[in-house]
Design a protein around this ligand. Structure first.
Ligand SMILES: [Zn+2]
Length: 174
């Protein structure tokens, strides 16, 4: 008998995370939405539509939470996509308040999820991000700056994350 075999799934979003266990540092992630989401916007993006987020757990774990029902069921994004094509009263998994995550932009992820884009977590924003006591706002700032960088390249950020906007808001309120 050889040595015991350990199968560890590596995260594609962080060199230190496995896909179930986070490395305890923070992570930035980018989700590309299906082109159909463009129907919701008057001003279209020629490049595409992205959600930019941050999480303290592994990106895989956080991703599963977006598709988890309150009863614990995890719905496959492709099955959910087909379900959303049905009339609302025939849908098995509508936006009925039965999801663990209800925050504003999350229903858009459920409706239009295409894929993760770890390749768009551009330098110098690569994961993981250590918590710094002296700089508590670091991960928010990085998230906003990454979003601005992608927006400058022509992507539309569907959850409104932006360091420029954050700064403006802060200046206006002081
Ligand atoms: Zn990690």
């Amino acid at each position: 008998m050889g040595p015991p075999l350990f199968i560890v799934m590596r995260s594609e979003h962080c060199p230190k995370c496995t896909d179930l266990e986070g490395c305890r540092d923070s992570h930035l992630y980018v989700i590309q939405l299906k082109e159909e989401i463009a129907d919701n916007y008057e001003k279209k993006s020629y490049k595409g539509y992205l959600y930019v987020g941050q999480t303290g757990v592994s990106v895989e774990k956080r991703g599963k939470m977006n598709f988890t029902r309150r009863d614990g069921t995890i719905v496959d994004p492709d099955l959910l996509y087909l379900d959303r094509k049905k009339p609302e009263d025939e849908q098995k998994w509508p936006e009925d308040g039965g999801w663990v995550y209800e925050a504003k932009s999350i229903p858009k992820i459920r409706a239009y999820f295409l894929k993760y884009r770890p390749d768009l977590v551009l330098p110098p924003f690569e994961n993981p991000h250590k918590f710094e006591k002296e700089d508590k706002g670091k991960i928010d700032r990085y998230e906003g700056k990454l979003a601005d960088k992608l927006a400058n390249k022509g992507w539309r950020i569907i959850n409104g994350v932006s360091w420029k906007k954050m700064k403006k808001r802060r200046n206006n309120s002081s």
